[in-house]
Design a protein. Sequence first.
Lengths: 88, 428, 405
Amino acid sequence: MPATTFTAEDLRRILREGAGADDGVDLDGDILDAEFEALGYESLALLETGGRIEREFDITLDDDTLTDARTPRALIEAVNARLSASAA
Amino acid sequence: MTTGAAGGRRVVITGIGVTAPGGPGVKNFWQLLTDGRTATRSISFFDPAPFRSQVAAEVDFDAELLGLSPQEIRRMDRAAQFAVVTAREAVEDSGLETGELDPYRVGVTIGSAVGATTGLDQEYRTVSDGGRLELVDHAYAVPHLYDYLVPSSFAAEVAWAVGAEGPGTVVSTGCTSGLDAVGHAAELIREGSADVMIAGAADAPISPITVACFDAIKATTPRNDDPEHASRPFDASRNGFVLGEGSAVFVLEELDAARRRGAHVYAEIAGYATRSNAFHMTGLRPDGREMAEAIRVALDEARMNPGDLDYINAHGSGTKQNDRHETAAFKRSLGEHARRTPVSSIKSMVGHSLGAIGSIEIAASALAMEHGVVPPTANLHRPDPECDLDYVPLTAREHRTDAVLSVGSGFGGFQSAIVLARPERSAR
Amino acid sequence: MRGKAVVTGLGVAAPNGLGVEEYWRATLGGRTGIGRITRFDPTNYPARLAGEIEGFVAEDHLPGRLLPQTDRMTRIALVGADWAFADAGIAPGDLPEFDMGVITASSSGGFEFGQNELRALWSKGGQYVSAYQSFAWFYAVNSGQISIRNGMRGPSGVVVSDQAGGLDALAQARRQIRKGTSLVMTGAIDASLCPWGWVAQLAGGRLSTSDDPEHAYLPFDARARGHVPGEGGALLVLEDGEHAERRGARVHGEFAGYGSTFDPRPGSGRPPGLRKAIELALADAGLEPDGIDVVFADAAAVPELDRVEAEALAGVFGPRGVPVTAPKTMTGRLYSGAAPLDLAAAFLALRDQVIPPTVHTDPDASYDLDLVGPEPRPAALGTALVLARGHGGFNSAAVVRTATG
């Protein structure tokens, strides 16, 4: 069993630390299905976010994961899929 | 009638020096390009195993053999060493007796994107004891660390080497530095602030910190199993650039003075412009409008039309976004002539040496005019459908070249264009 | 105003004052911004004083998304540019996008940002290096970030010539204005007050090791023992004179003359280049030496360099031939930010007809300088000469004058 899961709270925290938050966006609000772009995060912010997730959770994300995951929900699912795969 | 850039003083290249992967000196450089060989390989300067991208275009550089004194070698970062060796080659090539000039009329402009990064990386490791000390220990610092801190030391070293006492500076506009340094120097001659400029660029960024920072944004290629074919501008399979290093330096002179002394003239710096995309520090807008504007203004300054261009030396870094951006910019600024004009990227062979490459590409452009040969884009087997111009794949092409456009695109949003032409051309 | 480049906006961030008026009040009041370093523990370093900017809270001025990707000096520069626009009474949106450029000077880029990433690399590994490292530390970062924040797509650039670069940036901006660009944001904000930057500056051998803020940085004084570094500088809106006139802008003054030289290689026997740079700047402005009303000195506080500067001034203006001041005795030397701050001070001096003081220094009589003392000196001012020199031999000189001149 995977000992760790990647939660929405993890993502919020990592986004704040690594990329900051847009002033007009409430990260604590209902953001799971908002597009990252609408939340103010462009490719570079997602690369920084991805790098931090990889380090903290000791996984490697495919190059496409970050470009394909357009919403927080999609990214969280992709990271958790990766976590279960590495735990298996 | 023949005319120059907006009338007045005109600026020409009378000497070229190149230190590039594949062997130092202009001769080795041009041989590599016209052979279509690549100088990219697995990184040998340090163990690249921990990094995502492990390939680079390294210069086999023997500073002592190339004439640097032990003192010069000791106090200079690798990039500064490149600049000095290359400047000496350029001056010798020009036949200029710098000792006979008024030193105040001779200036130096050296481009560099990342300055003494390699030296700083090594020294940080030492004074921080491998990153353990936050309060790094000055007792272990090398005496010339200040010259690493502020890379204007590169211009100072070149000025000393050639005896220049006129305007001196380093131009640091990211990956357009080498192009902007030459453009800037040409403006100084044109406005009358100098008669001769030693202008070019140098970067030696192949060090762990640079490799790591490009890894972090996946800008460099991970094609580690095939280093010779890792740099693939305009190819559908391209997946990032290959880090390079090197230098090119030119002697720029006022045209009439060059003619009076019977100097060999490679090309006139006929037009130059730079614009910013004001969009993103690393991202490019797909439509290429700011680069297109720089190209338009540079052609205008040269009083030339798109149809006058015989060759386009592309930025062609081999990242997904750059090559499309640039292709769009050519189409936008040159119209139908974008399709009729051969375009190539020498980064396929010598990699991307950040700020230095703009000058190295100007050298390639001037040599294309000199020899009537256009260098190829190596490793281009299957063009990206969105990159649909004539990129001179694989093999150099004999092609009379009287006018060249060279462009650059850099982090920070800088988009620059320079036009080289024969001074005796007839302008519109 | 045809063909002239005029300054219409000032954005100042100095160790003794944030914002134009606060800086100017502090400067006329002789208030120093030099003190013991607080940003890190300097106890074990031989030099422990610096001019730190106090009270700058980036979060109050900049969007949250910008903070993780910017060094402190870039944050200050972005805000300084905002202030300069506001002072100029113009918003970037008022001009066509290709008609505005950004040309800044830098000396060491975002060095503190770079330090942190180097530490991450060597203590933890390459995968800990930030995605922003590729640009956050490099020399072009301020021009790039200012252009993005303000949508400025015209000719931009970055020059590095150590402390002389601040004037070289203005000259390059004027060049672009003469070629047809209406407005260029120019100048420099610089800083490398972090342990790694400090060690690199110590290696330069010119830092004062005094612990007394009143006796540490004493240019032209027999007790001169090196300088105190600081952080900050100024950004200036340089504008085409006609453009400024058409929009009825308040004009601080004209950037009227510039000259730059490089010192001969050591041992050549040729004279230093500073005097020639001054002569070039005067000729460029169309002025004779007696047309200069005040000089803002480079003020190295290294005896040999003070001697060179004093001799250049005596050579051009005659012994004690012109009032000389060094308000940077209250801020420390701000690297590429120093000369733009001196330009700002010069324009304010022209406005208020008063020469700002030089504090703490007791000038050595042998320099034969009319050095303005610790009190401001009222004077009829129409022009000023600003000098800046960079490590390795860079000399730059600029002449400014009142707009009506």
